[in-house]
Design a protein around this ligand. Structure first.
Ligand SMILES: NC(=O)c1ccc[n+]([C@@H]2O[C@H](COP(=O)([O-])OP(=O)(O)OC[C@H]3O[C@@H](n4cnc5c(N)ncnc54)[C@H](OP(=O)(O)O)[C@@H]3O)[C@@H](O)[C@H]2O)c1
Length: 282
């Protein structure tokens, strides 16, 4: 970051700031000197139109970073109304605010807008076809944003991990402290992405003039869940035996895309490199 970037004269609203990605991103906003309002569901409920409008009539903003979402993929099947309310209607509310204030909105979306019935990483031009409620509700959020305001960045990513929130990598480390065997679904691949890598990229949307539109940003490469799990245990020298199982042997409410991989044009480092850096620093 250049010294000029250290005094970004911008007022930013961050929704979902208390989440996994928000906790990594907000300290980086501090570093570039941005003035930002870090919100969660208690202080700024994106589904509450009255609350959103009242607050937005009082503040001045230059940019909206919209991370807030209902992210529990299985719970979204059980609690469909709430998932659509947050991911679709909540995002529509944020897009309307962005339009009204005439400011750009950056929305985090997901590789799960695709069905995973391929073996080639998804390009931004590929047709979305979600197979679970989470993916459907996030796609409806995307569509509202595109419809309501031209000034948008839609960033799709996948399988986040990082400090300060629920994620697969940390869950495996905790699991390995108490167990010596684990069964892991082996007929799905994805691209684990470190929140730090992604947050650094998001900062560039503030500091550089980028074209509005849809972006795919995840680590480079992809990996099956057993390979990822083995890598986590190898790096941390944990002795856990991994049994690969089929998705059908592990029934869960939500279907998972088999090939959950985005064509990220090599923007971020490889998943192995970032995972190693994250885990060795822990
Ligand atoms: N995690 C992943 O693997 C992954 C992968 C692809 C895309 N994404 C997308 O990346 C973004 C960030 O994900 P994350 O993992 O950081 O999420 P997260 O850890 O689950 O955090 C969700 C955030 O949304 C807020 N929120 C939920 N309902 C809200 C409401 N009605 N009004 C206002 N805020 C609300 C939560 O606030 P409270 O703390 O008050 O509940 C929390 O700050 C999301 O848009 C997600 O869809 C995530």
């Amino acid at each position: 970051m250049s010294s000029a970037d250290k005094n970004l004269n911008m007022k930013i609203l961050v929704t979902g700031a208390s989440g996994l990605l928000g906790q990594e991103l907000c300290p980086m906003l501090d570093e570039i000197g941005a003035l930002y309002w870090a919100t969660n569901s208690k202080i700024f409920d994106i589904t509450n139109v009255k609350m959103v409008n009242e607050i937005m009539n009082k503040v001045k903003l230059d940019f909206i970073i919209h991370l807030a979402a209902f992210t529990n993929v299985d719970q979204a099947e059980v609690n469909q109304k709430e998932a659509f309310e947050v991911n679709h209607i909540g995002t529509k509310n944020m897009a309307k605010i962005a339009k009204k204030l005439d400011v750009p909105i950056l929305y985090l979306s997901t590789a799960s807008v695709f069905d995973g019935e391929t073996s080639v990483p998804y390009k931004t031009s590929d047709i979305a076809h979600p197979i679970n409620i989470y993916g459907q509700s996030k796609l409806m959020g995307e569509e509202e944003i595109r419809k309501i305001t031209k000034k948008h960045y839609i960033i799709r990513t996948s399988t986040l991990y990082g400090k300060g929130g629920n994620n697969y990598v940390d869950a495996m480390l905790t699991y390995s402290m108490f167990n010596s065997n684990i069964s892991v679904v082996d007929d799905q691949v994805s691209c684990p992405t470190w929140t730090r890598d992604l947050a650094k990229e998001i900062i560039k949307f503030l500091t550089e003039k980028r074209e509005f539109g849809t972006y795919h940003i995840s680590s480079s490469g992809y990996v099956s869940w057993p390979e990822l799990t083995k890598k986590i245990f190898d790096i941390k020298k944990r002795n856990v035996f991994i049994t690969p199982i089929k998705n059908s042997d592990f029934p869960r409410p939500a279907k998972r895309p088999r090939f959950n991989v985005l064509d990220n044009k090599g923007i971020l480092p490889s998943w192995e490199k970032s995972l190693e850096e994250y885990l060795l620093a822990k």
